[in-house]
Design a protein around this ligand. Sequence first.
Ligand code: NAD
Length: 470
Amino acid sequence: MTDAYTRAVNTGLTKTLARKLGLPRPALLRRYKPGAPLTTGPVLLISDPASAATADAVAKVLAGWDLAVHRGSSSSDRAPEGTIGRQTAEEPRWGAVILVLADAEGPGEVSAAVLAAGAAVKRLAPSGRVVTVSRAAEPGDPPAVAAVRQGVDGFVRSLAKELRAGATGNGIVLTGGATGDDTSTQAALRFFLSAKSAYVDGQLLSVGPTPFGLAAWTPAYWDKPLDGKVAVVTGAARGIGAAIARTLARDGATVVCVDVPAAGEGLARTANAVRGTALQLDVTAPDAGEKILAHATARHGRLDVVVHNAGITRDKLLANMDTARWDSVVAVNVEAQLRINAHLLEAAGRGELDGLRIVSLASTSGIAGNRGQTNYAFTKAGVIGHTAATAALLAEHGGTANAVAPGFIETDMTRHIPFATRQVARRLSSLLQGGEPVDVAEAIAFLASPLAAGVTGQTLRVCGQNMVGR
Ligand code: NAD
């Protein structure tokens, strides 16, 4: 639920009053609705001269999605030359500006392209998108190449802070020879352009090449990317976990919902809503991995996706921390994931779980730190660490492991934060509001999808570009 302040500054008299008083006015974010267009308007595609071939590949992908794509600068009000795809009315409000800076070899080469993007964002539609496509510097690259490639990082994070009206700025970083039209580049581009990334802002996602080609999917794929897959979601009785279960089911997955017996009622509610099955299980049980795998395969014949969402907080300053608070948070938030993953990796090693997707819930607290949360931040940073290590182990079985780090999300967990702190936490992001559970769920659904095979070992923040931390 959008918070009361955000609703007030977007409706009636209070909207006028807020504008007159110059109060911060968080926008109502565009969120995914089936059948709605991918972007709210035409797409402007800009590249530096060296990146023209990569931009051509991206343009072809966009045109294949039936988007109106314009090439070049938008400094005039007229639709520029070189329009491909569907024609649009004059004076477009850009639904998205895509800036391809993949192949520049020095910082001096990108000026014209980034300044054209600067002119274009003046005409960005509400909840519009800026997406950069750049390339990671490889070991041995000259310093000037490393400078321009890393430069994109600072550029995107800063531009995202300048955007208004619910618009976001994110970047795709091609690694390991991935191309502008690589399968996973397409999946990432579509996620960032769409309303599914409403609360992802100021983030750069590394995308590697995928082992299979475009023939592997059809346009219908984008509506049901998880068709025929079986997914397990822990902590599914409420909050973010329930939203993850609903979103994975919407995308076509059969969902096994896991939660502790004490949350049985909420668990049954979620499982019924998604037409999945419920598994009452404490994830800290020594045999949790065995139980999860046995349930998924016995009831549904397979296991494709595991989402480690169950998590707890037991906040205290370290000076006042007791063993129970520290150990319980460690047990649920990180040790349970490690134990379950070890079991899944064994099964993958026996050839039983090819292409497994593991997605774990981290937190911005594990990146930036948070007063009173040494235990929680220890575990959430631990999740980021084990995700990178697990990704390397799963790779040989065609699997991926990624983490999602939510910032301030409106759930029962955050409802217990004192009122004033809660208000400040909401406004401390570029989007000036907290996120919704579905925002986290959408990022997880993207990372769990077959086409995201080239995205692994990553931690994607879903935090509205929370000002705290990197
Ligand atoms: P929540 O407290 O509303 O829900 C957590 C669920 O996990 C509950 O249903 C609970 O019963 C279940 N659970 C707890 N311990 C369990 C166990 N041992 N075995 C099985 N299930 C167990 O929390 P939420 O806000 O929905 O958070 C979900 C995840 O997102 C957590 O990992 C949390 O750390 C993370 N997160 C949340 C936020 C936020 O702002 N809400 C921010 C960052 C990260």
